[in-house]
Every structure is written in C-alpha cells, then in structure tokens.
Design a protein. Structure first.
Length: 333
C-alpha cells in the first residue's frame, strides 16, 4: 500500500488514480471483515478523532463515528452550534488547539478554503466531510458501489443530472476523470462546473482515457449511461429564496422512469442522499404544497426501483471513510 500516513483528505485532486483505488480496495477489505465479524481495532486503538460539523449530517457523521469505533478510536462531536469556530476563534487557532489533542479531524462546512486552512495549521490529518465545492468521501463510496455492481470502473459512463457546479457535480467529475469513467453533466449551461476545474479534469481525463462532456439536453446526455446520478436541487446553506428558480430550471433534468429508459438497459440510478423523492419530509411537504409538485430531482418510482444500490451506496460511506481514516493514520494493511 502507498504511504498515506499523515496526509489530509481534502479533495480527490491530491490523490493519484492508483491511490484512490487503493483506498477503495482497503474499504472492500474492511467491509468483508465487518461482515465476517473480524475485529480490526488493533492498530489504531486509543486514538482520538474530532468531528466538526458546521452543517447537519446523517450518513457522514454516523460513518465517521461507527468507523472510528470499529477501529478502536474515540470521537468528539462538535455540532453546528457547539463550538467557537469562526465566531469567537479563528480557524487557525482552532486548528492549532485541536491538533494538540486529536490524532485526526473531520470537518464539514462552507467554503473549501476553511478546511484547507484547518489542514494547514492542525499538524494532523484533516478529512473533508463536505464543503460547498467538494464532497470527496462520497465519491469513494460511489466508486466502490459502482465497482461492486458492475465489477469494473474504466469505460463506464456516469451521467450527472442537475446542479453540476456544486460539491457533488464537481467531485464526481474529478473522480470520473481520475479513474477513467466517462462523465457527462446535464443541466442548463449556468449549472455546469466552472472552466478552471473542467480544464484540470480534462488533463486527468486524457491520462485515464475518460471523456468529459456537458449537455443541456437530458435525453441526449443519458444515451449509453451505465450510471445516472443526481442530488438535491438546493444544497445545505443555500437560501430558501432559491427554490423557485431551481425547480423551474432543473425540472427537465428530474430522473423519471421515461428518462431512465433511455440509459443502457442495465443502468443503475444513484443518489448521495438525502433525496426529495416524495413529500415525506418537512421541506418536501412545504415545497410540494407551495409549487404543486410530488417530488423533485427523482421520482418515487425510480428511487424505489434502485433502492438496493442507493442504500449499498449509503452503507459504503462507512467502509470508505474507515479506509481514509485508517490509511492516513498509518494503518498497515
Ligand atoms: N450523503 C451525505 O453526505 O449525507 P449526509 O448529509 O447525511 O452526511
Ligand atoms: N449537494 C448536497 C449534498 C448533500 C450530501 C448539499 O451540499 O447539501
């Protein structure tokens, strides 16, 4: 295994394709061990991990907590309102304090710059649990799930429907470019990833053989897709006033049974979750009433048809996050 010890995990950009695959291989191993009740808490027992969440979470927080526990480590959770960060204490000072107490720090927050700063000053590995721009641990779980399902990654086509210039669109594009999957973002032009990132990804794509494309027509984009992916239309931290515009702009990209029927016959649908596929959430119900809709980025029937793979994907968050923590804290495979 490559030497990951002491490294932060802020985006997939700093990791080579081989290293990304090694992390997914390690996650596969941990998953097998967990299923077979084989303990793996011998090497990192007693280490301490800080979990900073400036935005809410179900999967990411639980993944870090369960994974840390399985590795024999302790966690301290700092909630969106439970710390002084950025309010009474700078990121730099916070990083220096936490770096004296903890062996690793997870951070979920707003601008990428904040997690980068934390990593610069902490002196211990910092793991990005989602920022506005990137969600790298999610991509590891997504790639693990795609490989579990199809048996390979290279040459597969992943189509991302919706707001592709935010954390999920950006990170999937990077992951696909590095690992040799073809990536198509489908949305109105203003929702495409920015030029700078597209140019960077184009270079990795050239090396891996991946083809990146950007298509405003969802029925064109989905042709030949192995994986159809979407995410919420309004992300955490965005203002409520944006819903109307997003529903108007992105409804043509909603993943419906009709749209899925134009992908490859054995294509799968994936979603990082949480998803608005029905009105059984507070916000879903509010928006349903306000805009007279019954779902948003994906219909309930598509969501249910592919629920097995979607929940495998959610489970794989834990195995991949475990791999990232273990590798960067010096676990020897
Ligand atoms: N997919 C994901 O990051 O989920 P949470 O927001 O629940 O952590
Ligand atoms: N784009 C979403 C991803 C949630 C996992 C958000 O940032 O809210």
């Amino acid at each position: 295994m490559s030497d990951f010890k002491g490294r932060s995990f802020l985006t997939l950009m700093e990791y080579s394709p081989e290293e990304i695959l090694e992390l997914i291989d390690l996650a596969d191993k941990f998953k097998k061990m967990k299923k077979e009740n084989v303990p793996h808490n011998d090497q990192l027992r007693g280490k301490n991990i800080a979990l900073i969440f400036e935005k809410t979470s179900t999967r990411t927080r639980c993944s870090f907590e369960v994974a840390a526990n399985d590795l024999g480590m302790h966690t301290t959770y700092l909630s969106p309102s439970g710390s002084q960060i950025g309010k009474k204490e700078s990121i730099e000072d916070t990083a220096k304090v936490l770096g004296r107490m903890f062996d690793g720090i997870e951070y979920r927050g707003f601008e990428q710059e904040l997690v980068e700063k934390l990593a610069r000053y902490a002196g211990v590995p910092v793991w990005n649990g989602l920022t506005n721009e990137y969600h790298p641990t999610q991509i590891l779980a997504d790639m693990m799930t795609i490989r579990e399902h199809f048996g390979d990654l290279k040459g597969r086509k992943l189509v991302y429907m919706g707001d592709a210039r935010y954390n999920m669109g950006n990170s999937l594009m990077i992951g696909c470019a590095k690992l040799g999957l073809n990536f198509t973002a489908s949305a109105p032009k203003q929702y495409f990833p920015n030029k700078e990132l597209r140019n960077k990804c184009a270079r990795w794509a050239e090396e891996s053989g991946s083809v990146l494309s950007f298509e405003t027509n969802p029925f064109e984009a989905i042709k030949g897709a192995d994986v159809v992916y979407t995410d919420v239309w309004v992300s955490m931290g965005e203002p409520d006033s944006i819903w109307e515009e997003r529903i108007r702009d992105l409804t043509p990209y909603k993943v419906t049974t009709e749209l899925m029927s134009k992908a490859k016959r054995d294509a799968i649908f994936m979603h990082c979750l949480p998803a608005f596929h029905d009105l059984n959430t507070k916000i879903g119900a509010q928006m349903g009433k306000k805009f007279n809709i019954t779902d948003m980025e994906v219909t309930d029937d598509v969501f249910r048809d592919y629920s097995e793979v979607i929940f495998d994907e959610a489970e794989n968050r834990m195995h991949t996050i475990k791999a990232v923590m273990a590798a960067t804290l010096g676990y020897k495979d």
